[in-house]
Design a protein. Structure first.
Length: 258
């Protein structure tokens, strides 16, 4: 009868009936894997979790170290850029060298942990380092270093090129402020070359998420062309006015003598 002594309770684990010794019904017993006579090597779940914790503890410590290194890379790269714009190239090179050491240290520490190496904060630090490296090499007239020479992934390098265009604009504006329109125009032409090269990167977002950098670079390049056009027109007007005043100066002097 259901619910009586003749109806065994269901086994909550297997869905089958469980019975005890001597015809009496008992609660089903759940065996741990370690008690299985056919697989004595099986681990208890506590041991599995213990191994996972050991791995995650190592990753957590490495992550903290990686965060420290990336902050230093960003800071030193920023110092490099500032020194370049001050034309203090000796200090810029020292700062860049220090940043490079930390980039190498970061790569070695995370060599066995690609899940940590290919993360946003590492990628951002690499971009800053690329930006500073390209700017210093540019103003010194040196060939640009590639990803292999800098020791960073190709995708991070490509994103750094997009940021480099922004620093070229800053360099361009400083030349305009100094009145050196010809040098500023040369920088703009180089910006165009960098922009055109950056636009060659037509790949899926999963490989290199460069579309945003390309759009930003196009906007910066267009603004720079507008600034250059106004500067050249202003300079041409000043030259014409200067010539006109020079031509009128003798006549004015002669009239004063009369």
């Amino acid at each position: 009868m259901p619910g009586g002594q003749g109806s065994p309770p269901p086994d909550r684990r297997s869905g089958q009936m469980a019975c005890g010794e001597g015809g009496g019904w008992t609660e089903p017993t759940f065996l741990s894997p370690s008690s299985d006579s056919s697989s004595g090597e099986n681990m208890r779940i506590e041991e599995v979790i213990g191994e996972i914790c050991a791995v995650l503890d190592e990753k957590d410590a490495l992550r903290e170290e990686a965060l420290r290194l990336t902050r230093e890379i960003v800071r030193l790269s920023g110092d490099t850029v500032k020194a370049v714009h001050r034309r203090d190239f000796e200090s810029a090179q020292k700062r860049l060298d220090e940043a490079g050491k930390r980039v190498e240290e970061l790569r070695k520490k995370l060599a066995r942990h690609p899940d940590l190496y290919y993360t946003g904060y590492v990628q951002s630090a690499h971009q800053e380092y690329v930006e500073a490296s390209l700017l210093l090499h540019y103003v010194q007239g040196k060939p640009f270093p590639g990803p292999g020479e800098l020791g960073i992934p190709e995708a991070d390098y490509a994103l750094g090129v997009g940021d480099f265009i922004g620093e070229l604009r800053r360099y361009f504006l400083r030349l305009l402020i100094d009145g050196d329109v010809e040098s500023a125009e040369s920088v703009y032409r180089d910006m165009e070359d960098v922009y055109n090269a950056l636009m060659e990167l037509e790949y899926p977002k999963g490989l290199v998420n460069v579309r945003g950098k390309q759009d930003q670079a196009r906007h910066i390049t267009e603004r720079t062309l507008e600034d250059l056009t106004r500067a050249k027109l202003s300079k041409a007007l000043e030259e014409k006015l200067g010539k006109a005043l020079s031509a009128l100066a003798p006549q004015g002097s002669h009239g004063n003598e009369d």
